[in-house]
Design a protein around this ligand. Structure first.
Ligand code: MN
Ligand code: MN
Length: 300
């Protein structure tokens, strides 16, 4: 270990959270068949995380087609997948705040119409992971990601980035851009980071769409507000959704507390392009990135 390294003291817990998140991601991909309901996929993915002894770090994001990110089904969502839908399955698990964040993209029905998008984003992720060096520039990841995607005639989305992860903080201080020239930061040995390229055949930028049913506490609620205090105790500063709040009193408390809550819009591709995403949580090791959220069967 080099001087200045900052491994989490409970690294095993981070590894286990990532193993659980990877299994949940794969379950979501398997369940993404024509006619499957988004609500049922989200519930199954989140239940698998709980059954493995962890908690979802955020609601299962099931964004389709021009939606790049931040859609989760609301209570009672009836939408179903159709053949040819390009579905992003973006899931997170945490163990006592040790978070993993991982995503994959599947073409529903198993066709190859959008295979170039899926292949490009996988190539971008592999190139980005390979570019990580302790003490090395974060910018190298963006350079590698963008090159891999552009070489396939597609665009990286410039305004969505990977990110460092800290305990109970999904998006910690450091952004990992998917294009060159967008970061002066360096990787520190022992850091946990999410690398997450997005590839599109559109403009390569996003715009805000409608509310995607994902909320987050901006700060702790007043302690005298018992239902809100209970919810904060459960979710802290991690994203959550009303599907996870069956209690009527707590739901009403959320309605009253909108100023305490950040609500996330769905990110839409600005040019109406289709979007593919792939994401791994990695540890910045002594030689380079170690993928913590690899396929459960072995190498990714
Ligand atoms: Mn992420
Ligand atoms: Mn993610």
């Amino acid at each position: 270990m080099s001087p200045g390294a900052r491994y989490p003291p409970d690294l095993d817990r981070w590894r286990e959270a990532a193993r659980i998140a990877a299994g949940a991601r794969e379950l979501g991909v398997r369940l993404a068949v024509p006619g499957a309901k988004l609500g049922e996929i989200a519930e199954a993915v989140e239940a698998s995380i709980r059954a493995a002894g962890a908690q979802p770090a955020f609601p299962a994001n099931l964004s389709r087609n021009v939606e790049a990110a931040h859609f989760t089904p609301d209570v009672g969502d009836r939408a179903a997948l159709a053949t040819g839908d390009l579905l992003k399955v973006d899931v997170g698990a945490h163990l006592d705040g040790a978070i993993s964040d991982t995503a994959d993209t599947v073409e529903v029905g198993g066709g190859r119409r959008h295979a170039h998008l899926v292949d490009a984003v996988h190539a971008g992720l592999a190139a980005g992971v390979a570019a990580v060096r302790p003490g090395g520039p974060v910018e190298a990841v963006g350079r590698a990601v963008a090159e891999a995607i552009r070489r396939r005639g597609l665009k990286p989305i410039v305004d969505l980035t990977g990110h460092s992860i800290e305990r109970y903080l999904l998006h910690a201080g450091k952004a990992i851009p998917n294009v060159p020239g967008a970061s002066d930061a360096v990787f520190v040995e022992g850091e946990i980071v999410a690398i997450e390229p997005f590839a599109t055949n559109g403009e390569g930028r996003i715009e805000n769409g409608p509310f995607g049913h994902i909320l987050r506490f901006r700060r702790p609620p007043p302690e005298r507000d018992a239902p809100l205090a209970r919810l904060y105790e459960r979710f802290r500063t991690l994203p959550f959704t009303v599907r996870w709040v069956p209690d009527a009193e707590e739901r009403a408390a959320l309605e009253r507390a909108r100023r305490l809550l950040q609500s996330y819009p769905v990110f839409l591709e600005r040019g109406g392009g289709l979007v593919a995403q792939a994401e791994h949580t990695v540890l910045v090791g002594p030689e380079g990135a170690e993928v913590l959220s690899a396929r459960s069967g072995g190498a990714r």
